[in-house]
Design a protein around this ligand. Structure first.
Ligand SMILES: [Zn+2]
Length: 170
């Protein structure tokens, strides 16, 4: 068993020993979702004040609205969420490369078959070069898409990995 697997077993023992939230309903009690980055330095529950059972937390590389759309539609249409809080962050890895860089890395590390598959899938890694603009563009995207109704409240934020602070952009 790997050290990571052992860690999960230990954590599970400790967590379940005092667990008292087994009665929570499936739909998020506060009817909202947070879309944020997968960055290891973000603790959404602590940083954004989310209690267990309150909200959906959707995470992907860069807190991409496009990438998150499938989960957003499920959250809203099947599980009743009515507000979206989008949180990107300072120091995001998505600020550090272009699609060409990523395509090049795949070819170098995984070989030409993998590169060909990437091309055939036409995969966009959705990097961005300006953090505030990216927050605004993703909020625009969510406001424009017919898959998110106009009644849904949407806001865009930036979490600062340096200070732990979250500030509103839009
Ligand atoms: Zn990030």
């Amino acid at each position: 068993m790997s050290a990571i697997q052992k860690n999960i077993e230990t954590a599970s023992e400790n967590y379940s020993a005092s667990f008292t939230k087994g009665h929570l309903a499936l739909p998020p009690a506060k009817k909202y979702l947070v879309l944020t980055c997968m960055d290891a330095r973000i603790d959404p529950a602590q940083a954004f004040g989310i209690e267990l059972g309150d909200a959906h937390v959707i995470r992907n590389a860069g807190a991409s609205a496009r990438d998150g759309l499938r989960s957003i539609v499920i959250s809203e249409q099947l599980l009743g969420t009515q507000e979206i809080v989008l949180v990107k962050h300072t120091g995001c890895g998505m600020l550090t490369f272009t699609n060409d860089d990523a395509y090049g890395l795949v070819e170098k590390n995984l070989g030409s078959d993998a590169a060909a598959e990437l091309k055939s899938r036409n995969l966009d890694f959705l990097p961005f070069s300006d953090l505030e603009r990216a927050v605004n563009e993703d909020v625009e995207y969510l406001r424009d898409t017919k898959l998110v109704p106009d009644s849904v409240t949407i806001s865009g934020w930036i979490y600062e990995v340096e200070t732990g602070r979250t500030r509103r952009v839009v």
